[in-house]
Ligand binder design. Structure first.
Ligand code: AHG
Ligand code: MN
Ligand code: MN
Length: 349
């Protein structure tokens, strides 16, 4: 797909002119962008609007306490999808799929508000979305959503931060970033299509869970921490925002690796992040920007979902360190700890 400087609408028009089958997905992207402008107005106001970060009495399907903004965001995006060719929506905030227009061509999975714990901290938060073609024949609404992420016709996220940007891939296109000019209320391409550096020495992981991790993850992080004195022979640095969208954006722009592995805490054996509306869209964005996304070993986009709210371990970012983590998982000598430390050094990829 050609590089097009200019407006979001112009990019979509050009993509549809080249491939008319992308027309419906482009309309959904326009609906996402319109809702994102509305969300930006709300997020900008913060406490001036009200208690956006306040916990409600309700919990979502995963048992997380819902925040005021989780619910407002869900209503806003579902409202936007009612104006687009969307057959059904799966949302983090709704236990069951919601049927909108059963004659429409697309199914949308969404995390309406990612990074809820950061709402009151004035740290970037976002919305993550995945757009799938509906199946010609489906046994129930859920079936449309239980396709591997490779089938996504478009996906991406909106980040509400110092800038509001929509990050997406449409059809076979590269990942694109369009930024909202708040004065005009329109998105423009401010940076060219990102390409994730192959190498990086920056990692993102919630290290407070160290004692719960499995051996391969511990060994990799141990080796990062050892810096020049360890087998990786390079000093590393660490970043963790608590907002997947913010960590992803940073990795797109300057490389790095993100890990939310499975761990031994109750309910965390597949990690925390959800396959349909967190891992799959992020994996598409990352792959279309020359990065890799795995569950530690296998590509995220090849996984056949077992349930609409299924969780999955997620490792993504720069190709070299993500490949190395796969090696730590597949080769016991890599995940062995101190005794083989020196040997691991000798056996470096
Ligand atoms: P959500 O706000 O949609 O529940 O997602 C939060 C996610 C993700 O944004 C972030 O990477 C991760 O949870 C943070 O988890 P910890 O609090 O365990 O670090
Ligand atoms: Mn989330
Ligand atoms: Mn969420």
């Amino acid at each position: 797909m050609p590089q097009i400087a200019g407006t979001f609408d112009a990019y979509l028009n050009q993509a549809v002119a080249l491939d008319a089958r992308l027309g419906a997905a482009a309309r959904v992207l326009l609906a996402v962008a319109a809702a994102a402008v509305e969300m930006t107005g709300l997020v900008d106001l913060g406490r001036l609007y009200g208690q956006l970060g306040a916990s409600l009495a309700s919990t979502n399907t995963d048992g997380d306490v819902q925040k005021e903004l989780d619910v407002l965001a869900n209503d806003m995006f579902v409202g936007a999808f009612r104006q687009a060719p969307v057959a059904a929506v799966v949302s983090e905030e709704m236990s069951e799929p919601l049927v909108l227009d059963s004659a429409a061509q697309l199914a949308v999975a969404i995390d309406p508000l990612d990074g809820s714990s950061n709402i009151d901290s004035n740290v970037s938060i976002g919305t993550i979305f995945s757009i799938l073609p509906v199946l010609a024949k489906a046994n129930g609404t859920e079936a449309h959503f239980l396709q591997p992420g490779r089938m996504q016709i478009a996906a991406g996220f909106v980040i509400y931060g110092p800038q509001t940007s929509i990050v997406f891939a449409l059809g076979n296109g590269q990942t694109q970033i369009f930024t909202l000019d708040r004065r005009a209320g329109r998105f423009y391409q401010a940076v060219s299509a990102p390409v994730i550096d192959r190498e990086s020495a920056e990692y993102a992981i919630n290290a407070s869970n160290y004692r719960h991790w499995e051996a391969p993850v511990r060994a990799f992080i141990d080796d990062c921490e050892q810096g020049t004195e360890g087998p990786l022979k390079r000093d590393h640095t660490m970043r963790w925002t608590g907002s997947l969208v913010a960590d992803t954006y940073r990795i797109l722009l300057r490389g790095g690796i993100f890990l939310y592995p499975g761990d031994q805490r109750a309910g965390y054996n597949h990690g925390r992040l959800r396959l349909l509306y967190e891992a799959n869209p992020i994996a598409l964005i990352v792959e279309r920007a020359a990065g890799i996304a795995t569950d530690g070993l296998h590509p995220i986009l090849d996984i056949v979902p077992s349930a609409i709210h299924a969780r999955v371990p997620l490792v993504f970012g720069s190709a070299a360190p993500v490949g190395l983590v796969a090696r730590y998982h597949s080769d016991p000598q890599f995940s062995a700890r101190a005794p083989l430390f020196g040997k691991r050094g000798l056996m470096r990829l």
